[in-house]
Design a protein around this ligand. Structure first.
Ligand code: PLP
Length: 443
């Protein structure tokens, strides 16, 4: 079926592509197309921090494929590495030198991570980390923080994107509400939801339920919660419960790994049992990994008849991904991390000062090169304080659309990430657009 309303207008190339897509792809796209009315721009190509759509319009790319491109598009060393690897063959039922290369590159940067196993996505990484925690502890329940997104594994689709006003638990003791239709009730019953902004209540829940838990999954800068860094108090509560009740601490660094040369756990001074990785480690190709101390990672060694967790997959450690990841991380050294983080800190500070100077009720949350816009000047504590901002999701959708019209691509919830090709020229441009757009939308 065609979208008739689109047929009335002079059809753009992206519009025509979307019409064809709707016939064969439910919803028209694997991307959240509803956030791009009447249709998303289709990407034709990208170079550095700019992406060009089928109409030839250039967009400043702050989505970076949902935080996965640290060097922007078509970074020459990554293109070269992929071409060279592809010329040798794209997939083998054998290990390749490339997987040793990326494993060594990641282990060399992060002293706490001694071993690693690769998979194909962040979803898989979190899932395999949870399976590892269950196998190690012999328990099944998993805790996560309300609102946090960790991909599409069943237990991670609980307590996420609840509708405001439909909270199932009192503040500070959230209920286990499934997000996805079809989530088995047993999954919800085995998932404990923790409040991110209330360490005391979190400690209370963990005191009552801790001995049931195999693991606690924590992203120290969860974007869907609101992108506020985990507080030292919260981290202390979680680590104390893990030590007391024998729970494994699983850090989800699928996005956050980029925050420090040695990973976000190093930045936050935490030594997790397992770390889920993805996004930038694949250099723009599909990637995931679980890493940690050798004693924990031994659970994934099922050679010689050991009863372990099978962390594999047909395309895991694909040589193209491994080559792209190596080229990416080689260029994301300590100097590059520091430059990008300080560019991000300056950008958020300058934008927040500009919001204040203009009398706008808005703020950029985040840390380092990661940011998210909230249309309030009130403090943000947790997912509920974001979900109940009076301006609401509709206003964020309007901001997203207005930024796109000016020439900036953010993620649908108005979050974004800087990439290494960006300079103050691009962040100044974005600050100017943000002030204009927030004024327009909140007027
Ligand atoms: N964990 C976090 C923190 C994420 O942001 C995401 C994806 O956005 C995932 C896990 C899932 O990763 P993937 O989309 O590669 O499956």
């Amino acid at each position: 079926r065609r979208n008739d309303s689109l047929l009335d207008a002079p059809i753009s190339r992206s519009g025509a592509a979307f019409q064809r897509a709707r016939a064969v792809i439910p919803g028209g796209s694997m991307r959240p197309s509803s956030w791009f009315p009447p249709h998303p721009p289709y990407a034709a190509r990208g170079e550095g921090c700019w992406v060009t759509d089928l109409e030839g319009r250039r967009l400043l790319d702050c989505s970076n494929n949902f935080f996965s491109l640290i060097h922007g598009h078509a970074f020459p060393p990554v293109v070269k590495a992929i071409q060279e690897a592809a010329a040798l063959g794209t997939a083998f039922g054998l290990p390749t030198p490339q997987e040793n290369g990326l494993a060594e590159a990641i282990i060399a940067r992060a002293p706490h991570l001694e071993q690693i196993r690769f998979c194909n996505s962040g979803t898989e990484a979190v899932m395999f980390a949870i399976k590892g925690a269950r196998a190690i502890t012999g328990r099944s329940a998993i805790a996560k923080f309300e609102g946090a997104y960790h991909g599409a594994y069943d237990h991670m689709e609980i307590g996420y994107e609840s509708a405001p006003g439909a909270w199932d638990g009192p503040d500070g003791d959230p209920a286990s509400t499934p997000y996805a239709r079809g989530t088995p009730a047993a999954v919800a019953a085995d998932t404990v939801i923790l409040p991110y902004g209330d360490p005391a209540r979190c400690a209370d829940i963990l005191r009552r339920k801790g001995t049931r838990l195999a693991g606690i999954v924590l992203d120290p800068l969860a974007s869907r919660i609101g992108m506020m860094p985990a507080s030292p108090e919260l981290l202390a509560v979680v680590q104390e419960a893990c030590a007391r009740d024998g729970i494994l601490l699983i850090f989800d660094e699928v996005i956050a790994f980029r925050m420090h040369h040695a990973g976000a756990h190093t930045l936050f001074g935490v030594t997790p049992d397992l770390v889920a990785l993805g996004k930038i480690i694949g250099g723009g190709l599909p990637a995931g990994a679980v890493a940690g101390p050798a004693a924990r990672m031994a659970i994934y060694d099922h050679t010689g008849g050991r009863p372990g967790v099978a962390l594999g997959g047909t395309f895991s450690a694909n040589p193209l991904t491994m080559a792209a990841g190596m080229a990416t991380l080689a260029a994301y050294d300590t100097a590059a991390v520091a430059r990008l983080s300080s560019l991000g800190d300056d950008f958020r500070q300058a934008t927040n000062a500009a919001f204040r100077a203009a009398g706008l009720k808005a703020q950029l949350a985040g840390m380092g090169a990661l940011f998210r816009l909230h249309l309030t000047d009130a403090p943000i504590r947790d997912y509920r304080s974001v979900a109940t901002i009076p301006a609401g999701k509709g206003a964020i959708a309007a901001v997203h659309a207005a930024l796109l019209a000016r020439g900036a691509l953010l993620t649908p919830n108005a979050s974004g990430a800087l990439s290494t090709p960006m300079t103050a020229a691009e962040t100044d441009l974005l600050t100017g657009w943000l002030v204009e757009v927030v004024r327009e939308v909140t007027a």
